[in-house]
Design a protein around this ligand. Structure first.
Ligand SMILES: [Zn+2]
Ligand SMILES: [Zn+2]
Length: 178
């Protein structure tokens, strides 16, 4: 059963559980950094107490990423879990109150329904590593000729580590046939 929005009145006091699944289109997940493969499966746990909801989302999904070192695409499985504290209803704004630590982690929602999609989107986006690696010991590309050192060898492999400027110079020299 696909649940995109939780209606507050449909939640019983205490524990509520739902299972859902979404594709990239339903989540509006478009990024040049990753691609959602297949569907994202979601377990939703909502604990309701009055107009407060403690929402725990457990998402499992597979992303296609690009390795920051060798630029190859690779697939990675994720199992992420996050809890959000939600307060339904308009809160009168008061600056000193909004500085309280617990409120920083509280989401205020003015309507009587909780849209879980923005939370799921956030979980996925935050799970993408800054520098994804196809494997921890990815050997990357040769800075001179671009050979993929994971499955290719080239004449530059055994040279002492080149800095980028040196590599550019070598590349220029080889272009000029020097
Ligand atoms: Zn790699
Ligand atoms: Zn090379």
């Amino acid at each position: 059963m696909i649940k995109l929005k939780l209606q507050l009145e449909d939640l019983k006091p205490g524990l509520n559980e739902f299972w859902a699944s979404y594709d990239g289109e339903e989540l509006e997940l478009q990024s040049k950094d990753f691609q959602l493969l297949g569907r994202l499966n979601l377990y939703i746990k909502a604990i309701k107490s009055g107009r407060n909801v403690e929402l725990t989302l457990e998402a499992s999904y597979k992303l296609r990423l690009t390795c920051a070192r060798c630029l190859d695409e690779f697939d990675k499985e994720f199992n992420e879990s996050e809890t959000y504290y939600i307060k339904i209803g308009r809160e009168p704004f008061s600056p000193e109150k909004s500085l309280k630590e617990k409120d920083i982690f509280t989401h205020f929602i003015e309507t009587d329904e909780i849209d879980v999609v923005p939370f799921v989107r956030e979980i996925v986006i935050l799970s993408v590593p800054m520098k994804p690696l196809c494997k921890p010991d990815c050997r990357g590309l040769c800075p001179v000729c671009g050979a993929n050192w994971n499955y290719e060898t080239c004449e530059h492999m055994n040279q002492p580590k080149l800095d980028t400027r040196m590599a550019k110079l070598l590349e220029l020299k080889s272009k000029l046939g020097l």
